[in-house]
Design a protein around this ligand. Structure first.
Ligand SMILES: Nc1ncnc2c1ncn2[C@@H]1O[C@H](COP(=O)(O)OP(=O)(O)OP(=O)(O)O)[C@@H](O)[C@H]1O
Length: 254
């Protein structure tokens, strides 16, 4: 498969991703839902951001629009200096494949493939050779070396999520999105997954954006963006589990 040339691969000083005046409306008339109302937010290169907010506040919708999995009703999304609304379907597929990684709450592994085959699947589909050194780094950092020949059913939930993380990181994407990536994990496995996402930002200058309900998970981030009723209502820099919890309580009483 040939690589699709995308404008803006070397993003310079542009944020790694941004949303400008993003709105997303579902339905019409009485049943209309404003999932996003005029959301503008930027994500710097090498920055780890947690998106938090009550159920139904628009977190997943925002993440899916940022990652090109869903389209907004109005406003713009930019990855590097590539505006997603300007892309053809083919270019969008190429951008998602080459520059974006995803980790979902439900792992989404292929049951018939081994851990290693799952990790390299997106690269295989894209016809790309894995960077062996990078792959080794990711596998070792996630403690998966002695699990590579196992199928998902032979792995614990934490191990499966680490495989999903390795799959997201294997192609060295500029930006990694996680939709409640630790939602199904115990605290030890959560710590391992969040640790590798932290390392992706610190050591490899990748941008990480996760949705979470967990103040402890959010404490691994550089910044928390709080959503309520489809709008950004607050930011918190250098969060700890305690400051996040305090802010959540304050926001509930507003
Ligand atoms: N396909 C859809 N059709 C209609 N309404 C939708 C659709 N998807 C989401 N919504 C609505 O949009 C709003 C935002 O949903 P979203 O899933 O982004 O919230 P969330 O903050 O991620 O919630 P949760 O924490 O419960 O996962 C909600 O009111 C939801 O009911």
């Amino acid at each position: 498969m040939t690589d699709i040339a995308l404008p803006g691969r070397s993003a310079g000083s542009a944020p790694a991703a941004s949303a400008k005046a993003l709105t997303k409306t579902y339905g019409t008339g009485d049943t209309q839902v404003h999932a996003l109302r005029d959301v503008s937010v930027e994500f710097e290169r090498g920055e780890f951001t947690a998106i938090m907010g009550p159920s139904g506040s628009g977190k997943s919708t925002l993440m899916h629009c940022l990652a090109g999995l869903d389209s907004a009703t109005s406003g713009t999304v930019t990855i590097g200096d590539t505006e997603l609304t300007n892309l053809t379907d083919k270019q969008m597929t190429g951008l998602r494949r080459d520059r974006i990684g995803f980790v979902f709450q439900s792992f989404n592994l292929v049951p018939t493939l081994t851990a290693l085959e799952n990790i390299t699947l997106p690269l295989d589909i894209a016809g790309r050779e894995p960077d062996q050194q990078w792959l080794d780094t990711v596998v070792d950092r996630l403690g998966l070396r002695d699990r590579l020949d196992h199928r998902p059913s032979e792995l614990s939930g934490g191990q499966q999520q680490r495989v999903a993380c390795a799959r997201a990181l294997a192609g060295r994407p500029d930006i990694v999105f996680g939709d409640e990536p630790t939602g199904n994990l115990d605290s030890r496995s959560s710590g391992e997954v969040l640790g590798i996402l932290r390392a992706a930002a610190d050591e490899f200058d990748q941008t990480v954006v996760i949705v979470t309900h967990d103040p402890r998970a959010a404490s691994f981030a550089d910044r928390v963006v709080f959503l309520a009723d489809g709008a950004v209502i607050d930011h918190l820099a250098n969060p700890t589990a305690e400051t996040v919890l305090d802010r959540m309580k304050q926001l509930e009483t507003v």
